[in-house]
Design a protein around this ligand. Structure first.
Ligand SMILES: Nc1ncnc2c1ncn2[C@@H]1O[C@H](COP(=O)(O)OP(=O)(O)O)[C@@H](O)[C@H]1O
Ligand SMILES: [Mg+2]
Length: 401
């Protein structure tokens, strides 16, 4: 078990309902698209990996997993990496079901198959190269995309890359499932020529995907992803079924905590595991951080305090990272920080009038800041009051002041 990396399918604790819901929908005759929504490190990618593992066991299903955030640089590298993920998943499947000719000729065989599928769909400008490896079995598949030389309009290539999945699905009568993790990051492409209306482009891909391609988009920026997907004015409205990933229940939180202890070579301890749940809730990453630092004889509350207050404490570093990342995307400078600090010291939250009193600012001037903070997921509105959403961020802010 490694903190930070998505859990492998074998390590995944619980999440049976979520995995089953994804698998059932993807196998259904109704051609669903799914949006997996949940805050950072709640376990979304781990769930996706498990669902992908189950779905790809089927010989007629190709699962493409692509992390949008990881490859969000310039549009060129984004498209090449996405194309590479599609090619690789397809070739792997052809190989698995014995559709490629025997060993030495395999590489040439799939190049032919890919070229054929692309030309049957009139997809231009996309080709394939392969790099031989140490043996005939080892080689890498590298897409070749012909971008125009200068002043590139990326739109045709953006559409073409997604269309290759349709072409392969149709040619071999397969189902393609394309998972786009941290999907909200795709909006960063809008600055580039031809991609200004990136969400509308993506909608046209969804609409023309045919019957055998489905999309699963996933994201940690809940407010942003929801506003992209379910806002009536947005281009993607109504194309996705939402699956919300929340905290784990007590029973599974205890199992997760204990599994981490076992992986460290310690005995399981239900009492400590329950205490961990009471401190941080069913958030898998926080539970693992506690299990990582706890040892027999130590008080868990001390461990927790230390993780939050020591300069190298993992929870402190994590809270700092979240605050830095999220405040950077919001408009408002130091006032945002003051608002968060005021909210951190209450458990009941503060209304506009409460905040106005605390900050000595008129209510009307606070409104835009609050709207910005809600957009970042740092705060949530409950009835008429605002609260810090994440308990660890709240505890960190308390200690930091
Ligand atoms: N159900 C689970 N079983 C085991 N480990 C989990 C589970 N859910 C999350 N984790 C662990 O928690 C961390 C965050 O999970 P991840 O799937 O990357 O979250 P997200 O994609 O929502 O940010 C990872 O270290 C992962 O190994
Ligand atoms: Mg993830």
């Amino acid at each position: 078990m490694q903190i930070g990396k998505p859990a492998s399918p074998e390590e995944l604790v619980d999440r049976e309902d979520e995995v089953k819901s994804i698998v059932t929908k993807m196998k259904s005759k109704i051609n669903y698209n799914i949006a997996v929504v949940g805050y950072r490190r709640i376990g979304k990618s781990s769930i996706l990996k498990k669902a992908a593992d189950i779905l790809s066991k089927d010989d007629k299903t190709v699962v493409v997993y692509f992390d949008v955030q990881k490859f969000m640089g310039d549009p060129k590298s984004f498209l090449i990496n996405l194309q590479s993920a599609i090619f690789n998943a397809y070739v792997k499947k052809l190989d698995k079901i014995g559709k490629l000719k025997a060993k030495a000729g395999k590489s040439f065989d799939f190049i032919g198959k890919i070229a054929e599928a692309l030309s049957s769909k009139k997809i231009k400008g996309i080709g394939i190269e392969f790099m031989p490896g140490m043996s005939a079995e080892e080689f890498s598949i590298i897409p070749k995309i012909e971008f125009e030389d200068k002043d590139i309009n990326y739109m045709p290539m953006f559409l073409a890359v997604f269309k290759t999945a349709n072409a392969f699905a149709e040619k071999d009568n397969m189902k393609f499932i394309i998972i786009l993790d941290e999907f909200q990051e795709i909006i960063n492409l809008h600055r580039h020529k031809g991609l200004k209306n990136i969400l509308e482009l993506f909608r046209s891909i969804i609409q023309e995907r045919g019957n055998n391609v489905s999309y699963i988009v996933c994201g940690s920026h809940v407010h942003l992803l929801r506003s992209i997907l379910s806002n009536g004015k947005s281009a993607l409205f109504q194309h996705f079924t939402e699956l919300c990933v929340g905290e784990m229940n007590v029973k599974n939180s205890i199992i997760l905590f204990n599994e981490y202890l076992t992986a460290k070579g310690l005995k399981t301890d239900d009492k400590i595991a329950t205490e961990a749940y009471n401190l941080v809730g069913g958030q898998p990453y926080y539970l693992m951080a506690l299990a990582e630092s706890w040892e027999p004889g130590k008080k868990l509350s001390d461990v927790f305090g230390n993780l939050l207050s020591s300069s190298v404490g993992s929870l402190r570093l994590y809270a700092q990272y979240v605050l830095a990342e999220d405040i950077a995307t919001a408009q408002g400078g130091p006032t945002l920080k003051s608002i968060l600090e005021k909210l951190a010291v209450t458990d009941k939250g503060l209304s506009y009038s409460g905040l106005s009193k605390e900050l000595r600012l008129p209510t009307s001037s606070i409104v835009p800041y609050m709207n910005e903070l809600v957009k970042t997921d740092l705060i949530v509105k409950e009835g008429t009051v605002y609260k810090i959403r994440d308990n660890i961020v709240k505890q960190y802010l308390r200690l930091a002041n």
